[in-house]
Ligand binder design. Sequence first.
Ligand code: R5P
Length: 315
Amino acid sequence: MDKMLIFSGESNRKLSESISRALKIKLSNMDVSRFSDGEIRVQIKENVRGKDVFIIQPTCPPVNDNLMELLVILDAVRRASASRITAVIPYFGYARQDRKDQPRVPITAKLVANILTSAGANRILTLDLHAGQIQGFFDIPLDHLYAINVFLDYFKKRKMNDLVIVSPDVGGIKMARAYAKRFKAGLAIVDKRRNSPDSVDIMHILGEVKGKNVLLVDDIIATGSSLIEAAKALKRAGAKNIFAAITHGVLAANAVERVNNSLIDTLIITDSIPLGGDKKSKKIKVVSLGNLFAEAIKRIHFEKSISVLFDSIGR
Ligand code: R5P
């Protein structure tokens, strides 16, 4: 693997380190600092000429800083003549504005796809995009991983009887159906209406949850409103224990406090976004994506199939 180099941006070094441990390859040397006016300064400290370079940088909050840092690193690596550059983006920020759902609004997911490509990315490796069709916003190859197997491993170690997988909104049905199939569980859907970016109303629950353990699945927890309101409605409908498996723990504002005070028994998230010390909670468990990303990176480097990592999901 001497032609492969892995660089880590600053947004989630812990995840980069676990990917590098799993690959048994050291993170390559790069200085990332700030000029006195706050501009990002990057210097690659080793030769990347002709190399297959992977840059790991989830664009999580502070999203503008982390995205800009990724762009600056891409530019530096491209100008240093790498043969191929893969932007490894475990959490792809700005994805929720993926269509014009109101007059005169942007499609930021497409904008970010364009600027990543202009900055020098030749491929993208990402995970549980907010909407699958964002893959088509890129005109370069994109490999899309799923966290489902990582969550399945977590739950295999815990006996979960009478399980129903619940999607907290209609948009998440496809994801929930895949989980129901893999977990060999029932399926239910919460009919959610969003009043504003921070608040939701639950209208109905479609499916049987009475006397069942529930696993809510979703791509993102941001304010927590969707999950917390869904948990209330599910309890009213007679659900027993309520678990949630959410890929990206954005956990904005006071989301952790709200989860702590909610009817959710355990929230399991991945480490696509680092969980800061102030966000630690007994209710929140983190599963690592290190092995999954390491395997995907190895397969991309050796031009092997990636679909074997998620073939069995049956989406
Ligand atoms: C919505 O379409 C997403 O899948 C999530 O349900 C949503 O982004 C969660 O946001 P919040 O935690 O703020 O309700």
